[in-house]
Write a protein that binds this ligand. Structure first.
Ligand SMILES: *[C@@H]1O[C@H](CO)[C@@H](O)[C@H](O)[C@H]1NC(C)=O
Ligand SMILES: *[C@@H]1O[C@H](CO)[C@@H](O)[C@H](O)[C@H]1NC(C)=O
Length: 546
């Protein structure tokens, strides 16, 4: 590390004190450890009846489910037996003080073929439904994703009676074409084709078995490439119970929209005559009305001998319906989250914002001969050295510091590697402006944020009086409606290098992403852990030792 850097100007003796304190903290001395050994391979799968090449973890598609408890230490050794570099990210796990374990190309070197990397992180202060997935290339289109459920510690009450069981559903659009073929399609400047199917847990549909009179928690995550879904169960209502690690007001819905990268959990009481009921997921915001994809599974009452009569439940039609549903999601102010204090004891609506960032998507543009997506005109190019390593070792000429304008400025689209510099403990307003007719979804690593407003058309400052500054839903991925906007407020309390990206994977792959560096000059291990001893060093960082 460069001793001339003011961030590293503490006397040497202090470094040891802080290092030991951090080591004790990192180890979470009292918290249990869970060890996982994962081997990633190609292997045949046939979710649609024809064999295709999948990405398997320990032979499984989807990958193994992780069940853990808040603050557990997860030690996941990933052996990459593909013929390409590979990396896994933990979607929605906040990686407190620890962007080192985030597993995206801006923080970690991909694991080379034949090599391994051991992730070490804590599911800190979170309860809920999360996922993991491959973050580089288009590997996600071939598998390698799975569920990560974090249960509460015994001392922490959740605002609903313990369900009689829970079901985990990974729902996503699916292609018969392989990830390499889809990558070639995008690299050649063509759009992704319309997906071939909607899969639930790696199958065209799944069956859920329960007893009449009992209540089950359904955890639904959209692990697809780019398509929003709607989820519903014939004859049953869905009581919303958890949204991406926070507790909402438990509204009852006939159906729920789940956009790419998002997760919701809801309670379903088997209060109908004992029969089999259709469990329906269908794609939303389709390019035309005939192209919807549907998965029809089954909720089987254990004593049932026949199918429930009547038509399948219909999905909603309009974007307005979806936007109204989004606005109806409210934070339960009196419920606790992973800590005993109520969620509402943090009055986010009273905090002065320190700045506003307006990030506008731009339609596909040709930059340097390639078809690209951009944010405020800058299309992100993944550098060969992760930005976190570049920053740590002060490597020059990689990062475009603050090179994305804070608002769209109409400049000609160009390639870049923008990192926005923000100060630890800033409170920031971010507006996502969708200028296209396609549904979008935006994810921020390292955080959840309050989704305070959704609207149509062009966002202006005049929208602020309509923000929900009292009980907006906190989440890590927000949808942005076609030709509309979504506004979020985020409290930057987690130091690190964090990916802000389109969760629509074609857009992310073609440059619709950037990084935020949340930082303070008072460098200390109580703000951020130091580089892990097993960190893979690559690119311009390969020559450094740690
Ligand atoms: C690879 O796995 C071994 C244990 O099998 C572990 O000691 C080593 O730290 C791992 N490598 C990395 C880079 O994490
Ligand atoms: C909010 O949480 C409280 C505390 O756990 C719970 O008693 C209440 O039912 C919840 N309210 C709603 C509307 O979901």
């Amino acid at each position: 590390m460069a001793t001339s850097d003011p961030r590293f100007s503490l006397p040497l003796a202090w470094w040891w004190v802080l290092l030991l304190a951090a080591a004790a903290k990192l180890a979470g001395a009292d918290d249990p450890y869970r060890y996982f050994d994962w081997t990633v391979t190609y292997g045949p799968i046939n979710p649609l009846g024809t064999t295709q090449q999948g990405i398997l973890i320990n032979g499984q598609f989807p990958g193994p489910r992780i069940d853990c408890v808040t603050n557990d230490n997860l030690i996941v050794n990933v052996v990459n037996n593909l013929d390409e570099p590979f990396l896994i990210t933990w979607n929605g796990i906040k990686q407190r003080k620890n962007s080192w374990q985030d597993g995206v190309a801006g923080t970690n070197c991909p694991i080379p073929p034949g090599a391994n990397y051991t992730y070490k992180f804590q599911a800190k202060d979170q309860i809920g439904t999360f996922t993991y997935f491959p973050s580089v290339a288009l590997h996600r289109a071939a598998g390698g994703f799975g569920a990560l459920n974090v249960y509460q510690r015994p001392a922490i009450p959740v605002p609903y009676p313990a369900p009689d069981g829970d079901f985990t559903l990974l729902v996503g659009d699916w292609y018969l074409a392989g990830h390499d073929q889809l990558r070639q399609t995008l690299d050649s400047g063509a759009p992704l084709p319309f997906p071939d199917a909607l899969l639930v847990n790696g199958m065209p549909s799944d069956i859920f078995v329960g007893d009449q009179g009992r209540t089950y928690l359904f955890r639904v995550s959209n692990v697809g490439m780019k398509t929003s879904i709607n989820f519903r169960i014939q004859g049953h209502s869905l009581r919303l119970a958890e949204v991406e690690g926070t507790h909402p007001v438990q509204n009852v819905y006939d159906s729920l929209d789940v956009h790419v990268g998002q997760s919701v959990a809801f309670l379903v009481t088997l209060d109908q005559p004992p029969m089999d009921y259709a469990v329906v997921a269908s794609t939303r915001f389709n390019p035309d009305s005939t192209s919807a994809l549907t998965s029809i599974g089954m909720l089987h009452y254990s004593s049932a001998t026949s199918r429930a009569p009547g038509p399948l439940p219909e999905g909603p039609e309009t974007a307005d319906w979806s936007m109204n549903q989004a606005r109806s999601f409210r934070w339960n102010l009196t419920a606790s989250a992973a800590r005993p204090n109520p969620q509402g004891s943090f009055h986010y609506g009273t905090i002065q914002t320190s700045r506003t960032l307006v990030f506008a998507s731009s339609p596909p543009v040709v930059v340097a001969g390639q078809n690209r997506y951009a944010v405020n005109g800058i299309s992100f190019v993944v550098p060969d050295t992760p930005l976190k390593l570049v920053d740590t070792y002060n490597i020059a000429n990689v990062i475009g510091w603050d090179s994305v304008p804070p608002r769209p400025d109409g400049g000609a689209p160009q390639l870049g590697t923008p990192v926005v510099r923000l100060n630890l403990h800033e409170f920031v307003e971010v507006v996502f402006q969708n200028t296209e007719s396609e549904m979008q979804s935006w994810h921020l690593d390292g955080y959840d944020f309050w989704a305070v407003g959704y609207g149509n058309g062009q966002w202006t400052e005049n929208e602020r009086p309509n923000y929900n500054l009292v009980d907006a839903q906190a989440r890590h991925t927000v949808q942005v409606y076609p030709n509309g906007w979504s506004a979020i407020l985020v409290s930057l309390d987690n130091q690190g290098m964090w990916n802000l990206r389109s969760a629509n994977w074609d857009r992310q792959y073609l440059g619709q992403q950037l990084y935020l560096r949340v930082w303070t000059p008072e460098q200390s291990f109580s703000n951020e852990y130091s580089i892990p001893t097993n960190a893979i060093l690559c690119g311009k960082a390969a020559e450094y030792a740690h």
